[in-house]
Design a protein around this ligand. Sequence first.
Ligand code: OSB
Ligand code: MG
Length: 385
Amino acid sequence: MQAFTIRSIDLHTVLLPYLAPFETSFGAETDKVAVLVELTTDAGVVGWGECSIELWPGYGHETAETAVHMLKEFMAPAVIGASVSDPREFPALVKRFRGNQHTRAGLEAAVWDAFARTNEMRLTDCFAHYAPAGHESEGRATVGVSIGIQPSLGATIEAVRGRLKQGYGRVKLKIKRGWDVDVARAVRAEFPAILLMLDANSDYEPADAERLAVLDQFDLLMIEQPLSHDDIYQHGKLQKRLKTRICLDESVKSASDLNIALQVGALGILNLKPARVGGFSESLEIYRICVEHDLPLWIGGMLETGVGRAANIAFAALPAVNLPSDISATDRYFAADISEPPFVLGAGSTLAVPDGCGIGVEVQRDRLEEAKRRWQEKYPYRRGR
Ligand code: OSB
Ligand code: MG
C-alpha cells in the first residue's frame, strides 16, 4: 500500500433540511448538521469524512461547535505533516486527546478515504484488506429503515406501509415510555410477517422490566438500547428476563465495552456506529470480536449526509455485517444531498457500494457552499464559535 502525508485539513459545517422531522425519545430534529472534514495529501489527493453529530447533545455528547473546536485546536494540528502508511496508525496520533468519539471518527474517516483514493481502491476493499482473512466486500449492504415517533398509531402504520412499498425489508420503530406496547401491537397486527424491531434510545429504567417483557409477544427481531446510555450491567440483568434479544447501541463506545457486554450477557446483537466508537480502526477491532463470538452485527446511522453514509455503506458491505443496517436511500433523508451520485434502494433491500475510489461519491462544491450558508443563517448565534 502506498503511504501519504497529510498536508492540510479544512472544515465545513453544513446544515441540510430533512424531508420530514425525525422524532426520537429525546425530541424532534428538523435538520441534519454535520462537520465535514476535507483532508488534502501532499500529492493533492482529497479525502472526505463526516463528524456525525446532531443539533443538540441528545444521542451523543458532541455538537458542531465542540467538533470544530476539538479539530481546530487539537486534532488537526496533531496530524498535519504526519505520514500514513496504514490508516490504523491514525488513533495513536490523537490518543492524547480523550473522548470526542464522533469528532475523531470524522477525521479518521477522511484519512481512510484519502488512503483508499491514494491507492486507487474502493474504501470497502480497503476495509476488507484489514478485516479477518477471507472477508471480502460483498459490494452491497443490506439495509432497513428507521421510522421516528409519529403523531398517531394510524400515521405509524401508514409510514410503515410507505417504506415497505419502497422496498425496505426491515423496519425499526422509535419508542419511548408510553409509546411502546400499543404501537408494536398495532404494527404487528397490520404486518404479521415483517422484520420488525424497536429502538428506545435509553428511555427506560431497570424497574420497567415487566413492561418491556410485554413486548416479547410481538416477535421482534430485537429491542435496541432500552436502558441508560452508559449502562451495561443492568442490560445484562434485563436480558435474562426478556426473550427478545437486546441490541446495544449507545452503551458500546469501544471494543473494551463490547467485551464487558459479552461477559455479562448484556446483548444478543450489536449496532456498530463507527462514529460512536471513535472511528473505523476501532470498528475493525469490534468487527473482529463479533466474528470471534459469532455475534450478529449491523451498522447504525445518524441520518448522515452522503459523505458519512457512503463510508458506512462501505463498512456494512463486509460479510460479517449480517443483519440489515440502518442506512437508507438518499430520498429517505434529503431532497438534495451534499454529494453525488445519490444512493438508491436496490433489489432485496440493498444499497450498492459505488464503483469509484474511496467512498465513491463526490462532494458538490455548490451544494457545500449553500449548506454552509444555511448553517450560518439559521444558527447565527453559533457562527464562528
Ligand atoms: O439510535 O440509531 C439511533 C439517528 C440519530 C441518532 C440515533 C439514532 C438514529 C437512527 C437513524 O435511528 C438511523 C439512520 O441513520 O437512518
Ligand atoms: Mg439506536
